[in-house]
Design a protein around this ligand. Structure first.
Ligand SMILES: Nc1ncnc2c1ncn2[C@@H]1O[C@H](COP(=O)(O)OP(=O)(O)OP(=O)(O)O)[C@@H](O)[C@H]1O
Ligand SMILES: [Mg+2]
Length: 326
């Protein structure tokens, strides 16, 4: 069975995407930790120039680079460098770093590659496919779960669309064959899930709805829930839902030892209520515009810094997603 009834750990490949700064790396790291705690062997793939995930497991961790390293028991992280992946694909064996430097520093070659659209995405997804296909001596997968921290939305869809374009543009040969394998993996709704990460704010909410629509129209990739990250908890203790109004109703001169007067407190409380209501409005909007159930992750007061913070996000991330009435 696939769909929102399945937990995120029941796929082979989860591609996490979203606008910059929404919490993609935090979500990938949380899933990796949760997967390892459930006994899965997890591969975490970062795409791009920066490594953000190893530092969440160990702030003193040296870079994992390519081909990566175990950063936590059961979690292997790597950063895909397209040139290194290309060298590997082409079977250049003389020590990948050396080859990358020797062959790819050649100016004419670089210019040719830089002018060729799509090869980075294709080679990156080819490496992801390879990780998913890797087997141990006993035939079991080397990695039970492969997590991809995909480039921010916009590029996110190009990233997924390149294999399809390659399959339709190239008629035969190994490139056609390999693009076909990658394309098959991405569209396999049992194996692969695209997981968008949004914030309950105007722009990320709108962009997420557009992403989901385009994924549905332009690709066959499974998408069955949206993560809405960093949602502030209800501002007042339960039973005190009208705290701001109670404060506003107090006479302005009421003495409150050690505190500013009721009008100041009432203004702070009204601000907290307004922010909470705006969050709820955008949550409902994301649910309505995407038609998908939501996984709501709490805002952690100190941000996401370490394994303890990831552990706090794991429960809500693995929960059954909520369908929200608009
Ligand atoms: N649930 C949360 N509560 C509080 N802070 C959070 C939460 N999730 C993420 N953050 C903080 O928000 C910032 C962005 O998070 P993160 O790096 O995971 O986002 P990203 O989408 O990977 O960003 P980028 O697009 O730059 O790669 C970080 O400082 C992180 O600590
Ligand atoms: Mg990131």
């Amino acid at each position: 069975m696939s769909g929102p009834g399945q937990t995120l750990l029941e796929r082979r490949l989860v591609i996490v995407t979203g606008k910059g700064g929404t919490g993609k790396s935090s979500v990938v790291a949380t899933l990796a930790l949760a997967g390892a705690q459930h006994g899965l062997r997890v591969a975490v793939v970062e795409v791009g120039l920066e490594e953000q995930i190893p530092g969440l497991f160990d702030p003193a961790a040296p870079p994992v680079g390519y081909p990566g390293r175990e950063i936590h028991p059961g979690v292997t992280a790597l950063r895909i460098d397209p040139y290194a992946a290309l060298a590997e694909y082409l079977g250049l064996q003389i020590g990948v770093r050396g080859v990358v430097d020797l062959v790819f520093r050649n100016r004419a070659f670089r210019q040719l590659m830089d002018a060729t659209p799509g090869w980075r995405e294709l080679i990156t997804l080819g490496k992801v496919w390879h990780l998913e296909q890797m087997r141990r001596d006993d035939g079991s997968p080397t990695y039970d779960l492969v997590l991809v921290d995909a480039p921010a939305t916009g590029h996110g869809l190009t990233f997924l669309d390149v294999p399809r374009v390659a399959v339709s543009a190239v008629r035969m040969g190994p490139l056609r064959r390999h693009s076909g394998w990658v394309e098959e993996m991405i569209r396999d709704t049992q194996r692969t899930l695209l997981l968008p990460v949004a914030l309950a704010e105007e722009l990320p909410a709108r962009e997420t709805a557009e992403l989901v629509e385009r994924v549905r129209e332009e690709t066959g990739v499974a998408i069955d829930r949206v993560v809405v990250n960093a949602v502030a908890p209800a501002p007042f203790p339960s039973g005190l839902d009208d705290l701001d109004r109670h404060l506003a109703a107090l006479p302005a001169e009421t003495p409150l030892p050690g505190l500013p007067g009721p009008p100041v407190l009432a203004a702070c409380a009204a601000h907290m209520r307004a922010r909470h209501e705006l969050n709820r409005h955008h949550l409902a909007e994301i649910a309505r515009d995407t038609g998908l159930p939501l996984l709501v992750l709490p805002q952690l007061p100190e941000g996401v810094r370490n394994v303890a913070d990831l552990a706090r996000l794991a429960g809500p991330l693995l929960a059954a997603p909520e369908a929200r009435a608009a």
